[in-house]
Design a protein around this ligand. Sequence first.
Ligand code: SF4
Length: 408
Amino acid sequence: MAQLTVDIGGSPGINCRGYCEYCYFKKVKGETELGCRYCLPFKKGCDYCTRGVKEEYSGFKDLRSIADETLANLQLKQGEIERITISGGGDPSCYPQFKDLIELLGSTEAPLHIGYTSGKGWDDPAIADLLIENGLTEISFTVFATDPKLRKQYMHDPTPEASLVILEKLCGAADVYAATVVLPGVNDGKVLEETCRWLQDRGAKGLILMRFANATEQGLILGNGPVMGKQNVQSVESFRDMITDLRKKFTMKISGTPLWDPEIGSPFAIRYEPDLLAKLPRVTKRASVISGSIATPFIDTILSACGSVVSVVPVTKEIACLITADDLRGLDLASLETVVIIPGRAFVHDAEAEEILSRDGIERSVIRGPDMLTADAETSMGMTRDQVLEMEMNGFAELIQMVNRYGK
Ligand code: SF4
């Protein structure tokens, strides 16, 4: 069965009725060429790492273009459409002809899925009925807090009460995955527990909590920190413990990113599975694997269990797939082998990475590793434990094959 993605265009913040206080796109300026896995070998910078990563489109697409593109894509698909996902850089709830868009997609009779919305563009509770009548089956909805005053203050939702009525109706009719960026002192503690209770009582499928980042080492890129001047940030450990604690109090699925999904044991759930670790290939060569500081100890444990004697090397940045050239500059080159594997999705141009990592006169070759070694909470939310384990088995098998193929 085929799936279809309908891209409505738009840019975060610009097509969101203004920036939320905590939005990571708020301070991104100009065009920066970061370098990435899609760049040509001889040229740093491509459309993805200069514009795509900022989800920068010229504005929402007009309805006519969306209709033409959707029709053309439908004709290319064989068989029944399993689902239609509405996505884009801007927030779908702020799409000016939202009602017409939903009626148009609803006329295909395929189940509809909204990949991400804040809901702050919706002012009329009747929107929920429109969505349900037109076949909405799944939605990811940023709630922030179920206290309307906090939604108004931090998300700049002009009609928070209406958005919450819509959320409530959708919880009763579709799979709702709520999401919240946690700002310590604002929407954590009692406020968060009330939000969890509200969502659980109304039938939400789950809540994904996102740790707020306010500095480069916590995962910001494009020089956009601090996002909020005086906002406190939780340590990764206290964030993980908060999830563990909440999980004990509620039956609804609650998970966090970057750590963790208590039901599945991810990220890196495979570390608890000796039988699966035994099925991975053995590491027979030497290469330095670089990762973010959160994932490093997990990857090190797994590779050691597969026979590796070379330690995984962390950069200061906590999140592996947001590593940039500056993070590589901070590494102690003496600790590196002559073959270095960087995360597949790191924002570094391969040639620049080799130059940085060979600055001490020792020539090192840089290999781009697998795109994903595990599932973060956003990925694992709709997955079973077996699916996550399979994903991790595939990722680590690929990584070990790279070490054995290119290593010394
Ligand atoms: S809705 Fe999302 S993308 Fe838009 S401003 Fe808020 S956080 Fe940014």
